[in-house]
Write a protein that binds this ligand. Structure first.
Ligand SMILES: [Zn+2]
Length: 338
């Protein structure tokens, strides 16, 4: 069975020294690490050590084949978004990353699909890069759950979403720049608490501001199974009903009515939660995802789903139909000759 992992991250093996090139800022750069690994540095601060499976496409193909996975959807690591940078510098960096992602897709068309990145802090530049991505054959973008702490429902981002709908580009929303980060220094709390909250923040903002209402054909996928949104949908709906003066001010419908309009990935680490989400969303709106190659991901790609004794057509939906629909791929995309 065709298995597509729609949530994975990839970096180029080498990058310019952006801070030196632009003359400011804590841009990410790669320092040598132990045993061929690399250290991602943010200015002078260590961010994360990465191994070759973060940049070597052939090693990755070999690794995910062990889980009978044939295809990965690849996007950059959110810390690379650099929305805080000067817009033209962020555009230059986005183009560098996008050229690399598009090249991986073009070199290994049966194994990789790319999602680009764009300077969300400047709608005009972002849209120019969306148009370029289409010309490179890229089918979607990945964006952050907030843009310099502004919410995705803010009017300044609407033209970008409108352009995505018009250009038939899918959107993946990934948590990053977690709220309350500075108050959660222990226990990995920004990742365990902040990230799920960030995704719910993005979803509530896009729903209540009317983005999903005004753009019914915009195909958005929210990471980590929708974060805390799915587990708190009852509370969110009740809030909409009991305080419409606060929540229902921008012509959105009851939030529950948007379930199944958007997509989420399967990264729950909990079969019962995944069952619940499939119930809410419908199985064509839940995509196999792993967050490969990072340790908080579901790195035994699809194993949990395979152990759930689901009907075969449900597994087919999760393993490829949902992602094919999200990216608007022809059913024979992977079987047709290159
Ligand atoms: Zn991720």
């Amino acid at each position: 069975m065709l298995k597509i992992d729609m949530h994975t991250h990839l970096l180029p093996p080498d990058m310019p020294l952006w801070a030196e090139k632009f003359g400011y800022g804590d841009f990410i750069w790669l320092a040598p690490g132990n045993e061929g690994r690399k250290r991602m540095m943010k200015g002078n601060q260590f961010f994360r050590e990465i191994g070759a499976n973060c940049w070597d496409p052939e090693l990755r193909i070999e690794e995910y084949a062990r889980f009978q996975t044939q295809v990965q959807v690849v996007c950059t690591i959110p810390v690379m978004f650099s929305y805080w940078a000067k817009p033209h510098d962020c555009l230059e960096m986005s183009r560098f990353l996008n050229d690399h992602l598009a090249e991986i897709q073009a070199t290994y068309p049966k194994h990789y699909l790319a999602l680009g990145t764009v300077p969300m802090q400047d709608a005009k530049l972002a849209i120019s890069e969306l148009e370029r991505l289409v010309s490179l054959g890229v089918r979607g973008i990945q964006i952050g759950s907030n843009i310099n702490n502004n919410n995705l429902g803010d009017p300044e981002f609407f033209p970008i979403f409108e352009a995505c709908e018009q250009l038939n580009l899918a959107v993946m929303v990934h948590p990053w720049n977690m709220m309350g980060f500075e108050y959660m220094t222990k226990y990995w709390l920004p990742w365990l608490v902040g990230m799920p909250a960030e995704t719910s923040r993005a979803m509530c903002s896009m729903i209540f501001s009317g983005v999903l209402e005004k753009l019914p054909n915009l195909r958005v996928n929210f990471s980590h199974a929708g974060g805390s949104f799915m587990g708190t949908i009852g509370r969110i709906e009740h809030g909409f009903n009991c305080r419409p003066d606060l929540v229902a001010v921008d012509n959105a419908r009851n939030p529950r009515e948007y379930l199944g309009q958007f997509w989420v990935d399967s990264i729950t680490h909990d079969p019962r939660m995944l069952e619940y989400i499939m119930d809410l969303q419908g199985t064509r709106r839940v995509c196999l995802g792993s967050d490969y190659p990072f340790p908080l991901g579901d790195l035994e790609i699809g194993r949990m789903i395979e152990g759930m004794q689901l009907p075969e057509n449900t597994v087919e939906d999760l393993f490829h139909n949902a992602t094919m629909e999200w990216l608007d791929l022809d059913p024979d995309y992977f079987s047709a000759p290159v």
